[in-house]
Design a protein around this ligand. Structure first.
Ligand SMILES: C[S@@+](CC[C@H](N)C(=O)[O-])C[C@H]1O[C@@H](n2cnc3c(N)ncnc32)[C@H](O)[C@@H]1O
Length: 225
């Protein structure tokens, strides 16, 4: 834990994650599998489903931005009481190619999205917003919120020295990819305090959303259209 103290958690880290660079295909696939493990066992799936379900009316359209291998939209589609259209978008073709049926893959950068305003009932962003530094966040949030008729649901990490300390111990045993160990620890340092996320929504011209803390270190924000 002394390493955590020397790093400092008052401010979000600004270094870039390795998976956002060019990465060998087999290493990227291993890292995406590690992210699925995190989603499954460290709260990502449950936290998201609870927040999204009220907006998944029959025939609804859902967009998951920065979907990686499409794990979360596939999970939502699998457990949904009624069928809905699930679109997974990522700027890396390799990532969205991994998305299972029925997720419809789209390759695009969030800064240049190929959709008209209000195309989707719900837009989700899981482990995605922390990829952006503070100055860029309001524009990204505003774009995503403008796409939805129902709600934007953000599911991201709560920055915490304790989370980082435990993760530093366990990630090397949990993950197949060394990238996941490094990016996972950095993601926690790039994560948010609730107030920072609320301020980013306010800077996007939106009301500050209610933010729920979910076990173990998740923040879920829901901003209705
Ligand atoms: C940590 S992964 C999370 C994947 C997925 N949301 C999940 O939880 O399983 C972040 C994803 O965001 C994508 N990404 C990063 N910057 C992006 C951008 N500007 N536009 C679209 N996707 C982006 C990355 O390629 C990566 O697949």
């Amino acid at each position: 834990m002394s390493a955590a103290l020397s790093i400092g958690f008052r401010e979000r880290a600004t270094e870039g994650e390795i998976l956002d660079q060019e990465v060998a295909e087999d290493e990227a696939r291993r890292s995406l599998a590690d992210i699925r493990l995190v989603n499954r066992w460290l709260g990502g799936r449950r936290a998201l489903r609870r927040a999204v379900l009220p907006y998944l009316k029959p025939g609804a359209r859902l967009l998951d931005v920065g979907c990686g291998s499409g794990d979360l939209p596939a999970f939502l589609a699998d457990g949904a009481p009624e069928p809905f259209l699930a679109v997974g978008l990522d700027r890396k073709a390799l990532h969205v190619r991994e998305a299972p049926f029925p997720v419809r893959p789209v390759v695009a950068d969030v800064r240049a999205l190929p959709f008209a305003p209000r195309t989707f009932d719900v837009v989700t962003a899981s482990l995605f917003l922390h990829h952006f530094d503070a100055p860029e966040l309001p524009a990204v949030i505003s774009t995503l919120h403008g796409l939805c008729r129902g709600a934007l649901v953000v599911n991201d990490l709560h920055r915490s020295a304790v989370a980082w300390g435990f993760s530093r111990l366990f990630f090397p045993f949990l993950f197949q990819s060394r990238i996941s160990v490094s990016d996972g620890l950095l993601s926690i340092r790039r994560g948010f305090r609730p107030r920072e996320l609320q301020d980013a929504f306010a800077a996007a011209g939106l009301p500050r959303p209610e933010i729920e803390r979910r076990f173990p270190y998740r923040l879920v924000a829901v901003a209705e259209a």
